[in-house]
Write a protein that binds this ligand. Structure first.
Ligand SMILES: CC(C)(COP(=O)(O)OP(=O)(O)OC[C@H]1O[C@@H](n2cnc3c(N)ncnc32)[C@H](O)[C@@H]1OP(=O)(O)O)[C@@H](O)C(=O)NCCC(=O)NCCS
Length: 326
């Protein structure tokens, strides 16, 4: 569910998930070394991850958080959720600490406590349920240390057994003397607008489309660019390319698609765009627009983006740079 809960303790903060986090989550969930005790699923594509996020934002029974290390790393290192909320009971888990630099800092332990604390304090949860594979030593150690009591077990799809666990509020309060030091707050503005911490240099978004003759004729009709090289096969044959080519600006417009909907997404305002057209794009070519963060001006909230496009053979057809305000 789209929420605005933050919680902090020591070097760990949990915050609402934003779109720019999704690629991290996708990579971590696809990482075989990370998911050996998780339910087996097919490889997650960027589109599947985005669809999941759209569903998650609308699901009133689930709150997912990004986990950040805020002392040394200052970046997202994992995610955690409270979900399946049914009245005063919820599941706690879906936890992953995927950033290798975040290992061994008790981040998984405290992040789950922070998420559960938000549930107890803000959502009226009284009891958490959890499941952990009996051989998942990191997660099991954390859960037992947190006060979860094992209530049963059932066979797991890929072998072995999964322990069923329970943690009532009273027990949670009794076992943790630092809870009063946890800082919980709500941020009223949507997180994606307010929080720049989700943006990191190197973050990339992509969109692919096969550009057909119909796209070119529609574009020519909309903007009035009837240059024969685009719309007249006889004249185009005489040109340096030997056949009709897609308008450069139509190809480049796929960058706008990425910027406006994927990276950085809906919160962005296009400020400028430089373009170099390196190779022709022909009818039927599949162009992938790729936008990645080059520089971040946190004060001015401006991102400098590398904007490139490739055809189906991996040849760069467009390059340039854009600036957006987020
Ligand atoms: C589960 C997970 C979130 C824990 O993150 P973490 O707390 O940062 O993990 P750590 O590696 O620090 O391990 C937690 C504790 O378990 C202990 N532990 C790890 N392996 C152990 C083992 N084989 N035997 C006993 N204890 C073990 C660690 O020593 C650590 O305790 P410490 O803080 O006293 O040193 C992380 O391992 C992860 O992302 N796993 C993949 C996804 C997953 O399995 N999620 C849980 C689904 S139920």
């Amino acid at each position: 569910m789209l929420h605005n809960f933050y919680a902090e303790y020591l070097h760990i903060r949990i915050r609402p998930l934003v779109k720019t986090d999704l690629e991290y989550l996708r990579i971590w969930r696809n990482d075989k070394t990370m998911n050996q005790f998780l339910k087996p699923i097919d490889e997650i594509t960027p589109e599947m991850q985005k669809e999941w996020f759209d569903r998650e934002c609308k699901d009133p029974s689930s709150y997912t958080f990004a986990i950040e290390e805020i002392k040394d790393l200052n970046r997202i290192v994992g995610s955690v959720a409270i979900y399946d909320i049914k009245g005063k009971t919820a599941e706690a888990g879906k936890i992953v600490v995927g950033d290798p630099a975040a290992k061994g800092k008790k981040i998984g332990y405290y992040a789950l406590i922070l998420a559960m604390y938000v549930g107890y304090e803000k959502l009226g949860i009284e009891t958490y349920l959890g499941e952990v594979h009996e051989e998942n030593m990191s997660a099991k150690t954390n859960d037992l240390r947190m006060g979860f009591i094992v209530t049963g077990k059932h066979p797991f799809v890929t072998g072995g057994f999964e322990l069923e666990m329970k943690l009532p509020k009273k027990h949670f309060w009794k076992t943790h003397d630092f809870l009063s030091d946890i800082k919980v707050y709500e941020c009223n503005e949507p997180t994606e607008k307010k929080d720049m911490s989700g943006y990191k240099v190197g973050q990339t978004g992509r969109f692919s489309k096969t550009l057909m003759q119909s796209d070119v004729y529609n574009f020519a009709g909309i903007v009035g660019d009837f240059n024969p090289i685009h719309i007249n096969s006889v004249e185009a044959k005489k040109s340096v390319f030997g056949k009709q080519v897609v308008h450069g600006m139509l190809t480049a417009s796929l960058l706008s698609t990425v910027i406006g909907t994927i990276m950085p997404g809906e919160s962005s305002i296009y400020l400028s765009q430089e373009l170099k057209f390196l190779k022709p794009v022909f009818f039927g070519d599949t162009v992938t627009a790729e936008v990645s963060i080059k520089e971040i001006d946190r004060e001015k909230r401006i991102l400098t983006l590398l904007t490139e496009e490739f055809n189906q053979n991996g040849n760069k057809v467009v390059t340039g740079e854009a600036k957006v305000m987020v």
